[in-house]
Design a binder for this molecule. Structure first.
Ligand code: GRF
Length: 208
């Protein structure tokens, strides 16, 4: 990839969009070699869509269809075609609360990444920071990984650690994990944009 070529990102999110904001900010200030082409949400009034408007980045609500935890077939096709129409080269999940299935992943092979608020494989699934606190671990963190057919199971690209403090609440721990997320996610995207990441089976090389 040449120096000025920017990797086109499609960001999917269902929530407040703080990771999207960190990524968009890094793109705008040219800290990373990428640009957000489109933001899509399955929640009509999600904070991530308001943020997209603030950043003047196209943001769309696309109805997910009849299921609670995945996209139905029609919605899945619409998500894929919209991302393709916007020339998306890397799909970035930033708090997207639905599981992406085979058709979607086949449309973007090894081109879908996610951030999870724990050190995977510990504490996959919902409210991972609370799971970590309740379990009693002393160190947790966040993980950026490629998305595969499982839930939070794909090859790990990079991780950051966060200490669990004696007086932590789920909220205080989540805040510190999110601060790390906002650093690691743009950094990983930049490394992918620059072609520095190599995958061999489950092992991913090149991330710092
Ligand atoms: C993050 O904590 C991320 O780890 C998880 O969903 C949350 C999204 O937060 N996958 P935000 O919408 O980016 O603020």
């Amino acid at each position: 990839m040449n120096e000025c070529r920017k990797l086109r990102l499609g960001v999917l999110g269902s929530g407040k969009g703080s990771n999207f904001a960190a990524i968009a900010q890094a793109c705008i200030s040219s800290k990373i070699q990428a640009e957000v082409a489109i933001v899509i949400s399955d929640v009509p009034n999600a904070g991530i869509l308001s943020l997209a408007r603030e950043f003047k980045i196209p943001g769309l609500y696309i109805a997910p269809g009849q299921f609670k935890t995945k996209l139905d077939e029609k919605a899945e096709q619409l998500y894929i075609s919209t991302l393709k129409q916007h020339g998306v080269e890397l799909v970035v999940l930033a708090g997207f609360m639905r599981i992406l299935k085979k058709n979607f992943l086949d449309a973007f092979p090894m081109r879908v990444i996610n951030i999870h608020p724990s050190l995977l494989p510990s504490f996959p699934g919902l409210n991972a920071w609370e799971q970590a606190l309740n379990y009693g671990v002393k160190v947790t963190g966040c993980t950026v990984h490629f998305v595969d057919h499982g839930v939070d199971t794909g090859p790990i690209i990079a991780q950051e650690t966060v200490r669990v403090l004696d007086d932590d609440t789920p909220e205080s721990l989540h805040v510190r994990i999110q601060t790390k997320e906002h650093e690691i996610y743009p950094r990983v995207i930049d490394m992918i944009a620059k072609g520095l990441i190599r995958v061999e089976g489950r092992r991913v090389f090149g991330a710092t």
